[in-house]
Design a protein around this ligand. Sequence first.
Ligand SMILES: Nc1ncnc2c1ncn2[C@@H]1O[C@H](COP(=O)(O)OP(=O)(O)O)[C@@H](O)[C@H]1O
Ligand SMILES: Cc1ncc(C[n+]2csc(CCOP(=O)(O)OP(=O)(O)O)c2C)c(N)n1
Ligand SMILES: [Mg+2]
Length: 335
Amino acid sequence: MAIPEFELIRRYFSSAWQQAPVPELCLGPGDDAAILQMSATDQLLVSVDTLNVGVHFLPDSPPERLAQRCLRVNISDLAAMGGEPVGFTLALSLPDVDSEWLAGFSQGLAAAAREAKCPLIGGDTTHGPLSMTIQVLGKVPAGQAIRRDGAQVGDLIYVTGTLGDAAAALQVMQAGSAQLSSENVDILLRAFYEPTMRIEAAMQLRGLATAGLDLSDGLISDLRHILTASSARSRSNLGAEVNVSALPVSSAFKQVFPEFQQQVERAVSGGDDYQLCVTVPAEKARQAESLMADLSVPFSRIGEIVTGEGIQFHNEQNEAVLIHTQGYQHFADSV
Ligand SMILES: Nc1ncnc2c1ncn2[C@@H]1O[C@H](COP(=O)(O)OP(=O)(O)O)[C@@H](O)[C@H]1O
Ligand SMILES: Cc1ncc(C[n+]2csc(CCOP(=O)(O)OP(=O)(O)O)c2C)c(N)n1
Ligand SMILES: [Mg+2]
């Protein structure tokens, strides 16, 4: 029987993290980043993610774009906590020394590092199948990180940007794009390789959002992380109501997935979005919406936290919509 990714982590790694707590540790595994107390006023955020060929990107991906994606998806975890980047380390495993590939990779890495104001501060370079791991360090004023566990009944659920574009890009890369304009192909590929880092947006949402994370596995699994963490913390049963007609999707995405049910399924379970999903109390919603508008960040209200369990999807007419797909799961195919 396959062990789901999160059960595997809990079963085999919780014994290590439950040992020897240090006074600096404010938040261990389970959120987008760990939180460590650095001084009375500052906390350090730490997060790491790996990208593997064949799993996270296709073989022969352009190296410049791959580097962009690798740093951006990692910085997305810092952003999701309301953090500001401080620096990153890079552990790179390469099958051979291909100077053309490395020149492209180096350019993409430098461009993303510049944009995020996040310098490379160390790393490791080894011989092996292509794999890249980036660890990001960030900072946040003490107590102000946006965690996954603060959502409450009545909070409104928002997402930034559009959902499903990266899933549509993958479909286009794997199956072709006969019916798409080159402009739309560009939009989708950019969503996959260069997801927007929502650093400033999330910093503005500190103190307004009760919970938040970045969407990597798809809304249907990632919103559940907010529900699980927040239910545990508040010792209550929290669920979510999501209006599928409010899910923000691009016209390029709709061209790739023309049927409405297919659009809903891909938007909530396609993954690789790296948009923010946050919960905001109703009385702070106007302020949050206007701050996001000032930053020109699309900010869509898609639902509400309710008493209950799991996520219920409904349409504009308030009719239940069944979703048949799940979010991305590593090891889903293992036996
Ligand atoms: N091998 C591991 N040991 C300890 N913690 C882990 C391990 N793998 C994942 N985690 C933790 O589990 C949580 C969920 O992981 P993941 O889905 O990768 O988060 P994210 O989507 O934020 O990258 C994170 O807090 C991460 O630190
Ligand atoms: C070749 C390829 N196949 C499938 C996908 C889809 N995909 C792979 S991993 C993933 C989820 C996000 O990756 P994960 O390692 O779980 O990131 P994390 O949640 O740790 O940030 C998705 C949607 C992809 N990006 N590339
Ligand atoms: Mg991860």
